[in-house]
Design a protein around this ligand. Structure first.
Ligand code: SF4
Length: 146
């Protein structure tokens, strides 16, 4: 039986990035060759359109909130999308998920610092954090060997 996994949709070529583009990764495609997988995009599942304004996470009073570069809050959409995709991963039966590094949803080891100045900090996106907390093994696309 093939191993089951889940993967950020943009890593396998879906044009679901905020810019309307993708993050197609040849090494991720290669990793998936002998696996059964589903794709997830927590931002789209949360109801956000493509294209959309870029978002980053800011921490206020210890609470993580998501804002677009034009100052609109999308925290609820991010959490809703993450929960929906968690359910999809569980129904499918995958125990791991390969996620796109640096994204406010999918970042595993690093995210942007909330100032929209291209500065990265240690931390995880909203979906990556929820998946990990719920026992899914989250891997960054950068953890996949070439
Ligand atoms: S939310 Fe995740 S899957 Fe969707 S575009 Fe962003 S990085 Fe890719």
């Amino acid at each position: 039986m093939k191993k089951k996994t889940a993967v950020s949709a943009c890593l396998v070529g879906a044009n679901c990035k905020y810019s309307g583009e993708n993050n197609l990764s040849a090494k991720v495609l290669k990793y998936l060759e002998d696996k059964e997988y589903i794709t997830v995009c927590p931002e789209c599942s949360g109801g956000l359109p493509v294209p959309r304004m870029p978002c980053e996470i800011r921490v206020t009073d210890g609470v993580r909130r998501v804002y677009s570069s034009d100052g609109i809050e999308y925290t609820d959409e991010y959490y809703k999308g993450a929960e929906k995709e968690l359910e999809a991963i569980r129904s499918f039966g995958a125990k791991e998920c390969i996620l796109k590094e640096n994204s406010p949803s999918c970042g595993v080891h690093r995210i942007y610092d909330g100032t929209f100045s291209s500065v990265k900090i240690q931390g995880s996106g909203i979906a990556a954090e929820i998946f990990r907390k719920e026992g899914i093994c989250v891997l960054s696309d950068e953890d996949i060997p070439d």
